[in-house]
Design a binder for this molecule. Structure first.
Ligand code: ASN
Ligand code: ZN
Ligand code: CA
Length: 336
C-alpha cells in the first residue's frame, strides 16, 4: 500500500484555484499537509462538539468546487481553511524563520462547517486548533485568507507574549492577529485575493459587502477607535485594536491618501503630522520582534510603544529612520 506526500488541487471559495499539501493513504487522499508540520483539516458537519471531526478525504486529489457551486457541507470551505493554514505557515517560516505556532515544527489543525449559520471563527489553545463557522445562512464560511491568518496568529501570540485577552493588552492581541493576518494576505499574493489593509473583506459579514475592519482608519467600522485614549481599555478587544492597527498602517504606508492593489485608503493622524511609511516588510519585522522579545501578558499601549522602539533599535539602530518612524507613528495615534 502506497503512503505519500502529494500536491493536490483546491478549488477555493475566496482564493481561486490553489495547490494544497495532501497525503495519499492506500488509494485515498486526505487533507494532511505533511510538509507543514502535519496540518489536518476536518469536517464538523454543523456539529459544535469539541471533537476534531472527520478528516477530509478525496478520491482524485482535486478538492472543492470553487465559488460558483459550493455547498454548505462540501470540501470548498476546507480548501480555503487548508490554504490559509498553509499560507500562514509559509509566511511565518519565510519571513521570520518561525516553524509553526510554537516554532517546533508541529502544526495546529483546522475544523470547518462548525455549527449552524455560525458567524465566527476562533482559535482555541486547548485543542491547539482553528475553527470556522459557515456564516449567515451557512453561505459565507469565515475561511478567507486574512481570517485564517488572524486565527492562527492567536496561537502565536498565546505562545509568545501571551497578551491577556482583555483591556489594552487584549486590543494589542487582536491587532497582532489583524497585522499578521494582513501580512499573510500580502505574502500569498493570490491573484483572486490580493493583499489589502482590510480585515474580512471577502466574507460579507455585514451583509452589504463591507469589511469587518479597516486598518487605515479603524473608526470606519463604526466601533473601533482611531486613537488611544484613557477609555480605550473599556472597548471590546476587536475595537481597542484600532490604534495599533492604525499604527501599523501609518508605519508601513504613511499618512494621507493612496491606492494599493486597487483599494483606496485615507489614514489620518491625531496630531495632524504627515508620515512617510517604512514599508510593510520592515513594519512586520518590528512588530514580530516586539511580540516575541519585549511584550508580555500585561503590555499596554504605552508598553507597546516601548517594545516596538526596542525592536526597531535592535533591528535598525536607535538613530535609524525606522526607529524615528516608529516613534512618530505611535505619536500619531496618541501614544506619546
Ligand atoms: N473571531 C474572533 C477572533 O478571533 C473570535 C473571538 O472573539 N475571539 O477574534
Ligand atoms: Zn481575534
Ligand atoms: Ca484583507
Amino acid at each position: 500500500e502506497y503512503q505519500g506526500i502529494e500536491t493536490g488541487t483546491g478549488k477555493s471559495l475566496y482564493s481561486g484555484t490553489v495547490t494544497l499539501g495532501t497525503t495519499l493513504s492506500g488509494s485515498t487522499y486526505n487533507l494532511t499537509d505533511s510538509t507543514r508540520g502535519g496540518h489536518k483539516t476536518y469536517n464538523k458537519a454543523h456539529a459544535t462538539t469539541s471533537s476534531a471531526g472527520t478528516l477530509f478525504t478525496d478520491a482524485d486529489d482535486t478538492w472543492g468546487t470553487g465559488a460558483a457551486s459550493s455547498s454548505t457541507t462540501d470540501q470548498t470551505a476546507a480548501v480555503d481553511a487548508a490554504y490559509g493554514a498553509q499560507a500562514t505557515w509559509d509566511f511565518y517560516k519565510s519571513t521570520f524563520g518561525r516553524s509553526g505556532i510554537k516554532n517546533n515544527g508541529v502544526a495546529a489543525y483546522s475544523r470547518v462547517h462548525y455549527g449552524n449559520a455560525y458567524v465566527n471563527a476562533f482559535w482555541d489553545d486547548s485543542c491547539f486548533c482553528m475553527t470556522y463557522g459557515d456564516g449567515s445562512s451557512n453561505t459565507h464560511p469565515l475561511t478567507s485568507l486574512d481570517v485564517a491568518g488572524h486565527e492562527m496568529t492567536h496561537g502565536v501570540t498565546s505562545n509568545t507574549a501571551g497578551l491577556n485577552y482583555s483591556g489594552e493588552s487584549g486590543g494589542l492581541n487582536e491587532a497582532t492577529s489583524d497585522i499578521f493576518g494582513t501580512a499573510v494576505e500580502f505574502y500569498a499574493a493570490n491573484t483572486s485575493d490580493v493583499g489589502d489593509y482590510l480585515i474580512g473583506e471577502k466574507i460579507n459579514i455585514n451583509g452589504d459587502g463591507t469589511p469587518l475592519r479597516y486598518m487605515d482608519q479603524p473608526s470606519k467600522d463604526g466601533g473601533s477607535a482611531n486613537y488611544w485614549s484613557s477609555s480605550l481599555k473599556n472597548l471590546d478587544v476587536h475595537y481597542s485594536s484600532g490604534p495599533a492597527n492604525h499604527f501599523f498602517f501609518l508605519l508601513s504606508e504613511g499618512s494621507g491618501s493612496r491606492t494599493i492593489n486597487g483599494v483606496a485608503y485615507n489614514s489620518p493622524t491625531y496630531n495632524s503630522s504627515t508620515l512617510t511609511g517604512i514599508g510593510r516588510a520592515k513594519a512586520v519585522q518590528i512588530w514580530y520582534k516586539a511580540l516575541t522579545t519585549y511584550m508580555t501578558s500585561t503590555t499596554t499601549y504605552s508598553g507597546a510603544r516601548t517594545a516596538t522602539l526596542s525592536a526597531a533599535s535592535a533591528l535598525y539602530g536607535s538613530t535609524s529612520t525606522e526607529y524615528k518612524a516608529v516613534a512618530a507613528a505611535w505619536t500619531a495615534v496618541n501614544v506619546a
